[in-house]
Write a protein that binds this ligand. Structure first.
Ligand code: URA
Length: 227
């Protein structure tokens, strides 16, 4: 007869095994992102509709149990600029659209201050379902969603990507560096310049940092105008 701690341990071992298997299946155990290397594969770019259809009524991770709607992404399917955030919150889960709550309203203001409209850019998150109580996305959830995020970015083929906050920047750049160290400069994401900056929700709690994000957005605009 198993004791309670033994049972707990067996469950944890099972979860870790499942996570490692999934990583192996996705080729992420080698620390690689599945981005097509050959020109032929790159030519066979999916459409956003195909990526959404592939995602289906996803049950690949535990978040499907709590969600109201999958929050895939919104905006111009041919956008030059894609903003990638962390995860849907309560408002996004209810409406099925990313960045529609308070942080989203601030992001919309930032986009408009850059001289664009929300419809001009594309907005999505690293994970497509709301974590319960708005907790941070967990590694297995990020791994399960990652192929769809990458295909989504391949489908759009943006000229620039802006990663909003630590989890988005760390996922796309495959690093553990904190956002305070990553932000404010460009990184190469499979040939696409990627600029990390602070998340709008962080700005709501730390309004003094709005000027920092504005400096980052001015840098982004300078590069977009030159490119
Ligand atoms: N925060 C995010 O990272 N994404 C959203 O869609 C909403 C809030």
């Amino acid at each position: 007869m198993e004791t309670e701690p033994q049972q707990e341990l067996r469950e944890i071992v099972g979860q870790v095994r499942g996570y490692l298997e999934r990583q192996r299946e996705l080729g992420l155990d080698r620390g690689e992102l599945s981005w097509p290397a050959s020109p032929a594969a790159a030519a066979a770019r999916p459409t956003l509709e195909q990526v959404r259809a592939d995602l289906g009524e996803c049950t690949r991770c535990k978040l499907h149990r709590h969600r109201t709607r999958i929050v895939f992404g919104v905006g111009n399917p041919k956008a030059a600029l894609v903003f990638v955030g962390e995860a849907p919150g309560a408002d996004e889960d209810a409406q099925g659209e990313p960045f529609v709550g308070r942080a989203g309203q601030l992001l919309t203001k930032i986009i408009e201050a850059m001289g664009m409209r929300r419809e001009d850019v594309y907005i999505c998150n690293i994970i497509k379902c709301r974590p319960p109580n708005n907790r941070m996305p967990e590694a297995d959830e990020i791994v399960a969603c990652q192929p769809f995020l990458l295909e989504q970015l391949r489908a759009i083929g943006p000229r620039f990507i802006c990663a909003l906050g630590g989890p988005a920047a760390q996922t796309l750049l495959q690093t553990r560096e904190p956002i305070s160290r990553l932000r404010g400069r460009f990184y190469d994401f499979h040939g696409i310049p990627l600029l990390p900056t602070f998340h709008p929700a962080f700005l709501l709690r730390n309004p003094n940092e709005k000027k920092t994000v504005w400096e980052d957005m001015k840098l982004l605009l300078r590069h977009m105008r030159q490119a």
